[in-house]
Design a protein around this ligand. Structure first.
Ligand SMILES: *[C@@H]1O[C@H](CO)[C@@H](O)[C@H](O)[C@H]1NC(C)=O
Ligand SMILES: *[C@@H]1O[C@H](CO)[C@@H](O)[C@H](O)[C@H]1NC(C)=O
Ligand SMILES: *[C@@H]1O[C@H](CO)[C@@H](O)[C@H](O)[C@H]1NC(C)=O
Ligand SMILES: *[C@@H]1O[C@H](CO)[C@@H](O)[C@H](O)[C@H]1NC(C)=O
Ligand SMILES: *[C@@H]1O[C@H](CO)[C@@H](O)[C@H](O)[C@H]1NC(C)=O
Ligand SMILES: *[C@@H]1O[C@H](CO)[C@@H](O)[C@H](O)[C@H]1NC(C)=O
Ligand SMILES: *[C@@H]1O[C@H](CO)[C@@H](O)[C@H](O)[C@H]1NC(C)=O
Ligand SMILES: *[C@@H]1O[C@H](CO)[C@@H](O)[C@H](O)[C@H]1NC(C)=O
Ligand SMILES: *[C@@H]1O[C@H](CO)[C@@H](O)[C@H](O)[C@H]1NC(C)=O
Ligand SMILES: *[C@@H]1O[C@H](CO)[C@@H](O)[C@H](O)[C@H]1NC(C)=O
Ligand SMILES: *[C@@H]1O[C@H](CO)[C@@H](O)[C@H](O)[C@H]1NC(C)=O
Ligand SMILES: CC(=O)N[C@H]1CO[C@H](CO)[C@@H](O)[C@@H]1O
Ligand SMILES: [Cu+2]
Length: 619
């Protein structure tokens, strides 16, 4: 290397260093009342007493320091920066039970990381107990260079727009009804409304003949939505922070946690305003209550004098299929995998009558010691998945392996899956199947795309399968889970421990003072296996485990019968509010019977014959 080159390298690193900024935030959680959807006031989670939470904008290379103080009196909290790779810094990923301890009331955690590997549209949210559905989330935008100067597409203005859904009451109330013996079918709570930018009937004032970079972020927790703007094309240029070759469409299908960045060119003609439309994917709802408006209209406004736009009806929902998007960097499909993980998704009731979600028959239960702390204290034993517990579905990945994850969805619903620490290639996504689930068959599959779409949240169709690939080049402890918060609460998650020996050997992975203090405040040990055993890492006595399976001979019908017989009086209140059917009690019991293929006569018979079983089940 010549002296001149060395000199230039020194100069350029100094310049880069000089430009990188540090952004420090000091946030305390709390509750207050807000009327978000214009229907009614309800408690929302605030940031320093304010709502909504602030959007964050930084430049690639910057440092972010967030002091998060738990200002709640009776719930824990955490903060996850969705989509950021947190390379060499797994402890900042924000997942209690995996990478940190829960932040208990009064405790403060410093999230301190640089944004090196990512740019584009991200978001941050609580990773605790569905809290983000109560408003603890916002956009996190990363410019590529000063004023996004390295972005490959040109535009005039940039606008962020969060979309989502809103419930009529807080998640902790809904969750008591959801994970409940009285909701044996696991029907998810029905939202009250579609929202965008935490309101309805929004007016977006635009200038004519202008190219907008519109960053759409679905910050919802359950239902996917269709999005379109009347008579305006959407040119997709980025998904989940991955720049793609332009693809122009009239309509998008956005699952929760996905981001689409699109170019929208406005018209020269300012003589009318246009509808911005959102529509629920109602196939994801167990029941469509009469009150629920399935679509919402906002206004793309060329002139305030022209007022609000009226609804734009379309005959067919034909969104872009993201599977065919091509990354801008044209990364080729990874070759044959070194390691294949196959997971089957299913839902079932356990002995307590609650409906759970399973990967390979295991519903996730957090370990007693966060998995990252097990890695840091486990010596040579950390390459054995057993020490992380038998109820955590933990897989250990080896350095730089090409990992293939095959997901077979035995559930008759669409699910958006998210991998922490990576964006992945999606090489197969099969169509929906109506009658029986279809497994992936690696001897009979469509040809893989040459340049597969890369993103961090991808949906699987009902009773179908997908295959994703990524390279295990980011040592850390990473969650892979359904981003429907209800399903995560039901345990639909696995854990990937990536190159654990490298985690041990890397100074930046060692726990910061703040991370350790958060654990001390929570009374959680910083060492040990999943059961908290520090002497013998292979002794899992006392680990958290799932409820027992329902013994054969005791059917789901028994569970239903038990529900009806024990709770005939209460049924109206609890089950019905979960089904969103308070106004139509008879429809709800009908729905319950349909879900379990029970006729009214059978129901009565079950009720009289299963009374012994009922005793066996009651705690
Ligand atoms: C954060 O704000 C709280 C309350 O205003 C204050 O007590 C604390 O010192 C601040 N922390 C930092 C690191 O600025
Ligand atoms: C939006 O409009 C609907 C009726 O179209 C109304 O019920 C609701 O209160 C409005 N919401 C807000 C936040 O203004
Ligand atoms: C804790 O906070 C909740 C929600 O704001 C409130 O309803 C409750 O009264 C508080 N409890 C105590 C003991 O302060
Ligand atoms: C908060 O975390 C602590 C420590 O793990 C735990 O004991 C407590 O039950 C949690 N609180 C809630 C409301 O989940
Ligand atoms: C954040 O981490 C950097 C790098 O380790 C360190 O220099 C800095 O002091 C940390 N910030 C705080 C507030 O501790
Ligand atoms: C949505 O809210 C963000 C943050 O307040 C704001 O910057 C943006 O302009 C809003 N978008 C629209 C379309 O009004
Ligand atoms: C819109 O108006 C500009 C000048 O203001 C003109 O250059 C452009 O060609 C017009 N575009 C269309 C589609 O008419
Ligand atoms: C919106 O929903 C209503 C019923 O909820 C329906 O009548 C109307 O056609 C829908 N509009 C669109 C654009 O789908
Ligand atoms: C655009 O998306 C469609 C599917 O919606 C696909 O057929 C087409 O190949 C894509 N084109 C480009 C350039 O990405
Ligand atoms: C899950 O359990 C079912 C029924 O007991 C069994 O047939 C199936 O093989 C199990 N699946 C896995 C992946 O262990
Ligand atoms: C799956 O759901 C679809 C749409 O709701 C329905 O038509 C189909 O009958 C269901 N299949 C099974 C096996 O339940
Ligand atoms: C079974 C096994 O590998 N046990 C090892 C766990 O780690 C400790 C300390 O690193 C070793 O002493 C054990 O042999
Ligand atoms: Cu799901």
């Amino acid at each position: 290397m010549s002296l001149v080159t060395v000199f230039l390298l020194v100069i350029s690193s100094v310049v880069t260093f000089a430009k990188a900024a540090t952004h420090t935030f000091n946030w305390t959680t709390g509750w207050d009342y807000r009327n978000v959807d214009g229907v009614r006031e309800r408690p929302v989670i605030t940031c320093n007493g304010e709502f909504p939470w602030p959007d964050v904008r930084v430049t690639k290379g910057d440092r972010v320091q967030v002091y998060l103080t738990n200002g709640f009196n009776n719930s824990n909290t955490s903060l996850h920066f969705h989509g950021l790779f947190q390379r060499g810094n797994s402890q900042m990923d924000g997942v209690p039970g995996l990478t940190q301890c829960p932040i208990v009331p009064g405790s403060t955690m410093l999230y301190n990381f640089t944004v090196e590997d990512n740019s584009g549209a991200y978001w941050y949210h609580s990773h605790t107990d569905g809290q983000y559905e109560d408003g603890m989330r916002a956009a996190f935008i990363i410019d590529d260079g000063e004023n996004n100067e390295n972005y490959p597409y040109k535009y005039d203005e940039e606008v962020v727009l969060t979309i989502g859904e809103w419930y009529d009451r807080p998640v902790h109330e809904l969750n008591r009804l959801f994970l409940n013996l009285n909701n044996p079918t696991g029907a998810e709570p029905i939202p009250q409304n579609l929202i965008l930018n935490d309101t309805r009937n929004l007016t977006w004032e635009v200038k004519p003949d202008t190219t907008y970079l519109l960053r759409l972020i679905n910050v919802g927790g359950f239902v996917s939505q269709y999005f379109w703007i009347e008579d305006h094309e959407l040119t997709v240029v980025e998904v989940d922070g991955v720049t793609v070759e332009q693809n122009t469409t009239d309509m998008l299908y956005v699952t929760v946690a996905q981001r689409y960045t699109v170019l929208v060119h406005t018209k020269n003609d300012t003589s009318r305003n246009y509808a911005i439309m959102q529509k629920f994917d109602d196939t994801m709802l167990d029941k469509i209550p009469t009150y629920l408006e399935l679509n919402a209209t906002s206004t793309l406004s060329y002139s305030a004098d022209l007022g609000a736009a009226s609804e734009n009806y379309v005959d067919a929902l034909e969104p872009l299929d993201d599977f065919y998007l091509v990354p801008y960097n044209k990364q080729e499909v990874y070759g044959d995998p070194d390691y294949v993980i196959t997971v089957d998704v299913s839902m079932d009731n356990l002995i307590n009558g609650v409906k759970y979600a399973f990967f390979n028959n295991i519903t996730y239960r957090a370990p007693k010691v966060p998995t990252l702390m097990t890695v840091l204290s486990g010596g040579d034993n950390v390459t054995d998945p057993y020490i992380y517990g038998t109820n955590t579905n933990t897989f250990v990945l080896q350095k730089d392996d090409i990992v293939e994850l095959v997901l077979n969805n035995f559930d008759n619903g669409t699910h958006p899956f998210h991998l922490h620490g990576h964006a992945f290639q999606t090489i197969v996504r099969d169509r929906a199947y109506e009658d029986a689930p279809r497994r992936y068959d690696d001897s009979d599959h469509p040809e893989f795309p040459e340049y597969p779409m890369i993103r961090d949240v991808v949906y699987v169709n009902r009773q179908s399968n997908f295959v994703i690939r990524f390279k295990a080049d980011n040592p850390g402890v990473w969650f892979f889970h359904c981003h429907i918060e209800w399903h995560l609460l039901q345990g639909l998650a696995i854990v990937l421990v990536e190159d654990p020996l490298a985690i041990q050997a890397t100074a930046s992975q060692h726990l910061t003072d703040s991370v350790q203090e958060v654990c001390r405040d929570a009374g959680i040990a910083l060492a040990g296996n999943a059961a908290g055993n520090t002497v013998d890492f292979f002794d899992l006595t006392g680990q958290n485990v799932q409820e027992k399976r329902i013994p054969s001979g005791f059917t789901k019908k028994g569970i239903i019968a038990m529900t009806f017989s024990c709770l005939a009086g209460v049924l109206g209140l609890i089950t019905l509010s979960v089904y969103g059917l308070l106004e139509q009690p008879e429809v709800a019991s009908e729905k319950l019977m349909q879900d379990f293929n029970l006729g009214p006569q059978e129901l009565i018979e079950e009720r009289s014959t299963s009374s012994n079983s009922v005793d066996r089940v009651n705690p």
